[in-house]
Design a protein around this ligand. Structure first.
Ligand code: UDP
Ligand code: MN
Length: 400
């Protein structure tokens, strides 16, 4: 109400001031000094007052527009949404015009449009934050902002083993929508299966992330084995094989589908020269697996399960340069449950623990967590007689 009245009454106010300015200052006792002005100065004063009121009204109305709740349908989305939608519409129209123009040989694809929208979205959020809360807040200047865009090179290769289970699409959706924030990245999604899962292909296509969707089933020999299995090993080795055949430079990272990644991690990974390492949260009984660092120098490993390993680290805790891998044609991950990381890092010989490049501010930050999702039972069969012509027939195909 207050904002509305401030927005719509200032012209009336200026009009009233102007109307009485010539002779009747008794209504504005605070303006006694204006009465003494020459008529020409009075005119200048009124004009200045008018300009001031227009500027103030403009400021107030833009804040009011941004802060107004979404009335059509009440989706409760961001306050910046109408402006964002409008800008997206304008961008789409502009890109559409470029596409129609044969003389412009530049192809502006969906990804570019998405990047532009991301950029605009950030700007709008920035504006919104200023409008909503009175800035500056008590921000800690030592905290760096999470990057939504990143350096273009080197290219990142993310090798993700995955397999069909009730949680698969949920895990991959969360991971995909993290990776969508990272530029110049190629995602190798490798299923432990004979055939690709259509829902995974569809998800990958929707994200617009550069990717290859491959399969690499766990060998029967290990599937039948009792006890711990070498999970995700066939997939990761397939990823290494793909790199050897397709990549010449860049950095690769084994990123399981169920972990939680801070976008900053990918910027850390990008600067890997040979082999880099950093802490992993929620890992082992120590809640943490990390290189131990004294005065910026690596002195050992901290991990709740050492078991005689030369490299007692988690799969999510290291990245390797592609060139470094290509110089080691024998490097491979062993089918040895619990010793996959150690076996792979040892196969990168010659390479010693003291050569590790420390990331995440000398291993003082946690940028990845070894989260584990609760296992869900396969869903019960649908009563076809009862639900034959309902939406449940479609939904049932989306879950395991
Ligand atoms: N995985 C796989 N096949 C399996 C079990 C797991 O491809 O039979 C994948 C899984 O999707 C994940 C990685 O291998 O990306 C590690 O598996 P999991 O998360 O179950 O192991 P944990 O993190 O508990 O050691
Ligand atoms: Mn896991």
């Amino acid at each position: 109400m207050l904002l509305d009245s401030l927005c719509y009454t200032p012209y009336r106010f200026v009009g009233e001031v102007a109307a009485v300015f010539g002779d009747d200052f008794s209504r504005f006792p605070g303006l006694w000094w204006a009465q003494a002005m020459k008529p020409s100065k009075k005119m200048w004063f009124i004009m200045l007052l008018f300009v001031f009121v227009v500027v103030v009204q403009y400021q107030i109305s833009s804040v009011s527009l941004m802060g107004r709740p979404n009335r059509d349908g009440g989706s409760g989305l961001s306050y910046a949404e109408p402006a964002a939608a409008l800008r997206e519409e304008l961008l789409r129209a502009a890109v559409g015009r470029l596409r129609l123009d044969d003389t412009i040989s530049v192809t502006i694809d969906q990804k570019l449009l998405r990047d532009l929208m991301m950029q605009l979205g950030r700007e709008l959020l920035g504006v919104g934050a200023c409008g909503e809360a009175s800035v500056p807040t008590a921000a800690d200047p030592s905290l760096s902002k999470v990057p939504l865009t990143s350096q273009k090179t080197p290219r990142l290769y993310i090798i993700t083993p995955t397999y069909r289970r009730p949680e698969q699409i949920a895990e991959l959706t969360r991971m995909a929508q993290t990776l969508m924030h990272v530029q110049n990245l190629h995602w190798l999604v490798i299923e432990d299966a004979e055939n690709k899962t259509q829902l995974v292909s569809d998800l990958l296509q929707r994200t617009g992330i550069s990717h290859d969707h491959l399969v690499a089933p766990m060998p029967e020999l290990f599937k039948k084995k009792k006890g711990a299995k070498p999970r995700g090993v066939s997939n990761r080795n397939r990823g290494l094989e793909w790199l050897r055949a397709n990549a010449k430079s860049g950095v690769f990272y084994f990123a399981d589908d169920d972990n939680t990644y801070d976008i900053q991690l990918f910027e850390e990974i990008r600067t890997t020269k040979r082999v880099s390492m950093w802490p992993v949260g929620l890992c082992t009984k120590f809640g943490l697996s990390s290189p131990v660092v004294v005065n910026g120098t690596f002195v050992g490993f901290y991990d709740g399960w050492v078991a005689g390993r030369k490299f007692p680290v988690d799969m999510a805790g290291f990245a390797v340069s592609v060139e470094f891998l290509l110089q080691r044609p024998k490097a491979i991950m062993p089918y040895k449950p619990g010793f996959e990381e150690d076996g792979f890092l040892k196969s990168l010989t010659p390479f010693e623990p003291n050569e590790i490049e420390l990331k995440a501010k000398n291993c003082t930050e946690v940028l990845v967590w070894h989260t584990q999702t609760k296992k869900n039972e396969a869903s019960a069969a649908l009563d076809l007689a009862k639900y034959n012509s309902t939406n449940l027939m479609i939904l049932k195909k989306l879950i395991v």
